[in-house]
Design a protein around this ligand. Structure first.
Ligand code: NI
Length: 133
């Protein structure tokens, strides 16, 4: 893909923050860092659209609390068409980590993620997405 150049005007403090970001994340230059930031921001906005995206929903919960496993299972069956695989790790006697790999229309994946993360008792959860086409 061809690359276009354009000038960017930034306040001094924002430029310092950008340089710190470049250094911390070991980007070779500012352009690479800006590219990554733009891409991340735009891809995240696409979660609410009809584009095909892929990623994972990651949740941590105490399986002794309420019926989290059963509820999560019910929801997952309603979305079987977008779930690629599910990995379940028993972290300790009580705590479970679940990684649900997903691929499909962004709107539908966001809907699934909202339902999973809304289950009472899910202590931590996050959806991570990326372009898939
Ligand atoms: Ni478990």
């Amino acid at each position: 893909m061809s690359v276009s150049r354009f000038g960017v005007s930034l306040e001094e403090n924002l430029l310092k923050a950008l340089d710190a970001f470049v250094k911390e994340n070991k980007y070779p230059n500012r352009s690479q860092a800006i590219r990554a930031l733009i891409e991340k921001s735009l891809v995240e906005k696409k979660w609410q659209c009809n584009n095909v995206v892929a990623g994972a929903i990651i949740i941590v919960y105490d399986h002794h609390k309420r019926d989290i496993t059963a509820k999560s299972n019910d929801i997952q069956h309603d979305y079987h068409d977008v779930i690629l695989s599910v990995q379940h790790f028993h972290l300790s006697h009580n705590i479970c980590l679940e990684i649900i790999a997903i691929k499909g229309i962004a709107n539908r994946l966001t809907e699934l993620s909202d339902k999973i993360l809304a289950i009472k008792g899910v202590s931590h959860g996050k959806m991570v997405m990326s372009r898939a086409e």
